[in-house]
Design a protein. Structure first.
Length: 254
């Protein structure tokens, strides 16, 4: 059994065939799918999918850093509203993204810190988005870290030194399709990280693994990530599935 710990299959990319996508995931041993939120515009689709497949889909609540603009305070109010209204399994995805735009860095840092404190208040794990921002993200988490704060660095693409900093905080490392890319170099890093520190994800519909690069990603493709990680550690796919599934169950309390 596998758990896709990061998937946006509630997005409009899946409007035409979401039932088939869920069926294919189940047929490929992906039995649980964790759905991180983006912003107020994505909540309805995410919760509708969760309500349709309550034993497979598990929602998170948060504000994505690329959605942090002038109105981010109102967006944070939406996050708080939903956290009070129903059950979520984590805060995410949150973090700092300096790849697309650096003009809202201060706002991103404030929104990130605010949501880390929500996570501590609700005792929920965080799913952290890091893009061209490792130092900034690590600094904030280190300042906020206490016994009530844990989570995962989603879609990790850093160095082995950065991986050691992440696991030193007690956080997991989220491994997705990039580990299967021929020239990414990520395989060299993930091969040095203990399986007990890893969880698997697709980030559907993005970052499609080999051999399906160029196509829309979906949760059923998690099997290729599991196979690659197993190869890197000299284990069977079943062994990696068992370890990473247990890691995900404990982290998200499912």
């Amino acid at each position: 059994m596998l758990i896709d710990t990061h998937s946006h299959i509630y997005s409009t990319d899946f409007n035409a065939d979401i039932d088939e996508v869920i069926t294919r995931a189940y047929a490929n041993d992906v039995r649980k799918i964790i759905l991180p939120n983006i912003d107020s515009s994505s909540v309805k689709n995410m919760l509708d999918l969760t309500d349709t497949y309550p034993h497979i889909c598990f929602p998170l609540m948060g504000l994505h850093p690329t959605s942090v603009t002038h109105d981010y305070q109102e967006e944070l109010q939406v996050v708080e509203y939903w956290l009070k209204k129903r059950k979520f399994y984590g805060i995410g995805e949150i973090g700092i993204d300096l790849y697309w735009d650096t003009s809202f860095l201060e706002e991103q840092i404030h929104a990130f810190r605010y949501q880390l404190n929500l996570a501590k208040q609700y005792r929920l794990p965080v799913v952290v988005h890091v893009r061209d921002s490792f130092d900034e993200v690590y600094t904030v988490i280190k300042e906020e870290k206490d016994e009530n704060l844990n989570g995962v660095f989603h879609s990790f693409t850093g160095t082995i030194e950065q991986a050691q900093l992440v696991t030193g905080l007690g956080f997991k490392i989220g491994v997705g399709g990039i580990v299967t890319f021929k020239n990414s170099g990520l395989d060299n890093v993930i091969g040095q990280v203990a399986p007990s520190d890893l969880i698997l994800e697709t980030d559907s519909p993005y970052l499609t693994p080999t051999p399906h690069r160029g196509n829309r990603n979906e949760s059923s493709f998690l099997i290729y990530v599991a196979q690659k990680v197993a190869e890197l550690h000299g284990l069977t796919t079943g062994e990696i599935a068992q370890i990473t599934t247990e890691n995900a169950r404990k982290l998200f309390n499912i």
